[in-house]
Design a protein around this ligand. Sequence first.
Ligand code: NAI
Length: 327
Amino acid sequence: MAESKPKFIKSDSRVAIIGSGLIGRCWAMLFARAGYSVCVYDIDADQVKGALEATLPMLSTMEAKGLLGDGQTSSEVHQRITGCSQLSEAMEGAFHIQECVPENVELKKKVFESLDELASDMVVLASSTSCISPSKFTEKLKHRSQCIVAHPVNPPYYISLVELVPAPWTDPAVIQRTRSLMTEIGQSPVTLKKEANGFILNRLQYALIMEAWRLVEDGICSPEDVDTAMVEGLAPRYSFMGIFEVMHLNAQGVNDYCHRYGANITTVCESQTPARQLSGPTLDTVNQAMEARTPVKELDKRRKWRDERLAALAVHKKEMAGKDIQK
Ligand code: NAI
């Protein structure tokens, strides 16, 4: 695929979403919000119908929070989303395909084989997979150089990160083009230079989960205090600055930080092995604490609260973006 490919004209440009469950619906809204025509396909026709119905109220909420942009209304954005019952119809004229079928490597292989059969030489075939490396399901394809993982974070309209993971055979132009597209639709892409189990986000998240577990298992503190340390200690800075920038500002630059604290960090981390099993009495302790906070039967209510908080944070970050002294 040539790097010099002309820029897409949005009104003529179609995106196809393959699988219209939770994440497929979110992608449909993001692409439509950016002006693209979106065709949603699913093996289950009821899911397509459900996606078309569910996205309108979600877009209305985004409109009410000022997150649709360009003064567009939710119904204008919604009109750009259509459903289709045939894969070939969904892919007809699409320049970007976003696969969103369940997380199962055999299913991804099967779906990508079907996409490969219908793909032109110009289309990008992106998978939303959370943790399957693209080489596991694209190796044998004719169009394998056009395949990439574009992994969003739920809910993508409030959390903008998209992890781009190329297979060893992905064309660099495909990586670049997908990165530009993600930026254009309002997301924040990061690119892995090579495949890595857990990509970036989950490698960081799992390191935190493991240490939280160790703190409880070793009787250092309660599950509630681990969560308080996160929410009231680490998270406020991390919602607008990354790990390396926090280090940079917490001393006279990152060199000074490593000089002052590096040896102690290494000593602490050397004591943080081996990985623990997430089961047994520690699981009982954590479960008891979480049940006391939110019984499982009330999780939906708490999820609504979480999404409200995330929406408020997204609005705040959008407002601050224009005022950020670094921009
Ligand atoms: P889901 O179960 O909500 O939706 C999957 C949809 O795919 C269903 O509507 C199903 O009917 C459809 N489907 C199944 N086989 C199909 C086929 N052969 N052709 C077309 N459609 C087919 O799943 P969800 O949560 O939307 O996940 C989709 C992908 O996104 C997975 O790879 C998942 O790991 C990834 N992802 C999920 C996140 C989440 O929080 N749920 C976050 C980020 C990525």
